[in-house]
Design a protein around this ligand. Structure first.
Ligand code: CO
Length: 257
């Protein structure tokens, strides 16, 4: 630290710097700095890819970025898992500006999570999205950890919400063959989190003032790249309970036997 500050003091002064400090003029970078530099070089590839993508996008659609600069008008809010294998825009082939996205571990919607609630509120009240879609995916690591009481660290406290879902449906889950139980809980979790979206004051208020916004539950298959609609489709307060019961019955139907 002392070496660093001495060197910094020399820089502007040049030749007039005190002789006693000159031996600091060409220090070796500390080991940590070398590591950071090497790691930053790894990212140059990403930055180069970004430059190519921006150039290609602008060539295909002249004015694409300047148009987006003025406003975004997405029709959809995607609430999905943070898993790197489930990239929202790519899966539905939507461009920047077309999908508003919130992702977290195991696509959980908690009534006290200011982050998720803020996204839902902005999407509903300001952007006026037409659809809010909760998207789970097969083989979800967070859901699997919840199912098997596997400790992963701090995230256990987050995954606890998925365990609440597991506990609520424990009796039925016990009847599902063990190798299909994770995917059964993935689907139950989507239905329950979509129900939570319906229960937010934001969505309740939107429906009360007659705004058209429909909540959906989907699941993505890692094995085939396909999205499936779980029929948890809710367009108003009166639809919530029937849609929930229908979607749960459909999950039970798919995984029984
Ligand atoms: Co996941």
């Amino acid at each position: 630290m002392a070496e660093q500050s001495a060197r910094l003091r020399i820089a502007p002064g040049g030749a007039s710097a005190p002789v006693s400090l000159l031996h600091f003029a060409a220090p070796q970078p500390p080991a940590a700095l070398k590591t950071v530099t090497a790691m930053t070089k790894q990212l140059e590839e990403l930055l180069e890819s970004n430059r190519l993508w921006a150039r290609k996008t602008e060539a295909n659609r002249p004015g694409f970025f300047t148009n987006l600069l003025r406003q975004q008008a997405p029709q959809y809010l995607w609430i999905g898992c943070a898993d790197s294998r489930v990239p929202a825009n790519e899966l539905v082939d939507l461009l920047p500006g077309e999908l508003f996205v919130h992702r977290n571990v195991a696509n959980v919607v908690v009534h006290s999570d200011l982050n998720c609630l803020s996204v839902i509120q902005f999407a509903t009240d300001v952007l006026k999205v037409k659809h809010i879609i909760v998207v789970g995916h097969s083989n979800c690591g967070g859901v699997s950890a919840a199912l098997e009481d596997r400790r992963v660290g701090l995230a256990d406290n987050w995954i606890r919400h998925v365990q609440d879902v597991r506990n609520r449906h424990q009796d039925w889950l016990d009847t599902v063959p063990a190798q299909r139980r994770v995917d059964a809980l993935v689907e139950l979790n989507v239905v329950e989190q979509a129900l939570n979206v319906c229960g937010t004051t934001v969505v309740q208020d939107a429906w009360a003032r007659g705004q058209e916004v429909v909540v959906h539950g989907w699941v993505y298959g890692l094995h085939n790249g396909l999205l499936e609609d779980l029929a948890m489709t809710v367009g108003g307060a009166a639809d919530v309970r029937p849609a929930y019961e229908r979607a749960l019955a459909a999950v039970r139907e798919r995984f029984s036997g």
